[in-house]
Design a protein. Structure first.
Length: 340
């Protein structure tokens, strides 16, 4: 991994990252952790740009503002997901970039807020005519009411991301388990909870690139080994523990779909992308039922851009990694050229 110091003055690209993803060296340079998404991204950007600067978004916002002003980037490639581990502040970061009148990749404040709220995004998508799971929201002090949903029910944080707090026991089978799960999560999570009907079927992920956008071929999650403890959905361990994936022979592959389902996915995904104000790229997660009914689960405006996010050499879009980065940068440049 290398960092291109390039010429002095205005930088071509500022790679804006979470402060926890690397360390600052004695010479003042911030260096991403080896093997991280940020490190791969830096190498990819260096291959095409003469002057790339890595800037960590620090909780001391004044320092970050000063560094961005000194860099005067032509474009910010925004990889941030939180401030001081608070994921709900991702929209605030883009809000700051807007105030500074900086051009940046990815979704802006509005889209980040809409996609972050799992209940609100479901309401918006349902209004488009796309199926969503029936659900209800529990605030910190709300009692579980007569919700009328059918079991099983999935319980998860309303504003969560990256399958945070999603475990096998997130699927509850009756009222007693629901109360226990809610009580346990309230001991760890300060956010409201969303409780939604579990939809049997295939986990299907759809990447979108550009601002038309182009809908990439769907990728599905496959659990190759059966068993009582086998995951029934994409839990935190599925996404983050290699040994766990090996144990259950978990992999991602291009989804085999008939033409009618592909058309349904393409149409729904474009509508959702625009309705949730996503920009440049994103990912939409669905369940595809055994009778081919497409059910929206959530939208991810800043999916993992690691080249091996869904298996060796299988990034979230299922295309060549340098091509993915080129297309994201190109989409942002076109968008700003149209606006200015």
């Amino acid at each position: 991994m290398r960092e291109n110091k390039g010429r002095r003055g205005r930088c071509d690209v500022a790679l804006l990252v979470d402060a926890e993803t690397g360390e600052r060296r004695r010479n003042g340079r911030f260096v991403p952790d080896r093997g991280s998404m940020e490190a791969y991204m830096l190498d990819c950007l260096n291959a095409r740009s003469r002057n790339v600067t890595v800037i960590p978004f620090d909780r001391n916002v004044i320092d970050t503002i000063r560094t961005l002003r000194e860099a005067r980037p032509r474009l910010v490639f925004n990889l941030t997901e939180w401030v001081d581990s608070d994921r709900r502040l991702d929209a605030a970061i883009t809000g700051l970039l807007e105030i500074m009148k900086l051009r940046y990749t990815g979704t802006g404040p509005t889209g980040l807020r809409l996609a972050r709220d799992k209940a609100l995004s479901k309401k918006i998508v349902a209004d488009l005519g796309v199926a969503v799971p029936r659900h209800f929201v529990l605030g910190r002090r709300d009692r579980i009411h007569d919700h009328g949903l059918s079991y099983p029910i999935v319980v998860k944080p309303l504003y969560g991301d990256g399958s945070d707090e999603i475990r096998n026991n997130s699927i509850v089978l009756n009222a007693r388990q629901l109360r226990e799960r809610v009580r346990g999560m309230r001991g760890r999570v300060n956010d409201p909870l969303v409780c939604e009907e579990f939809i049997p079927g295939r986990d299907v992920y759809v990447a979108l690139l550009g601002n038309a956008p182009d809908v990439m071929p769907a990728v599905e999650l496959v659990v190759g080994k059966k068993g009582r403890s086998a995951p029934l959905m994409a839990t935190y361990r599925v996404k983050n523990e290699a040994a766990y994936r090996t144990r259950w022979r978990i992999r991602w592959r291009k989804a085999a779909l008939d033409r009618s389902t592909v058309r349904q996915i393409n149409d729904a995904s474009r509508k959702i992308f625009h309705a949730l104000s996503l920009r440049d790229y994103g990912r939409i997660d669905y369940r595809l039922t055994p009778d081919n009914r497409l059910v929206f689960l959530e939208a991810n405006p800043n999916p993992d851009l690691h080249p091996h996010a869904m298996g060796i050499n299988l990034c979230f879009a299922g295309i060549d990694y340098p091509q993915l980065i080129r297309r994201i940068v190109g989409a942002a440049k076109i968008r700003y050229r149209l606006r200015t």
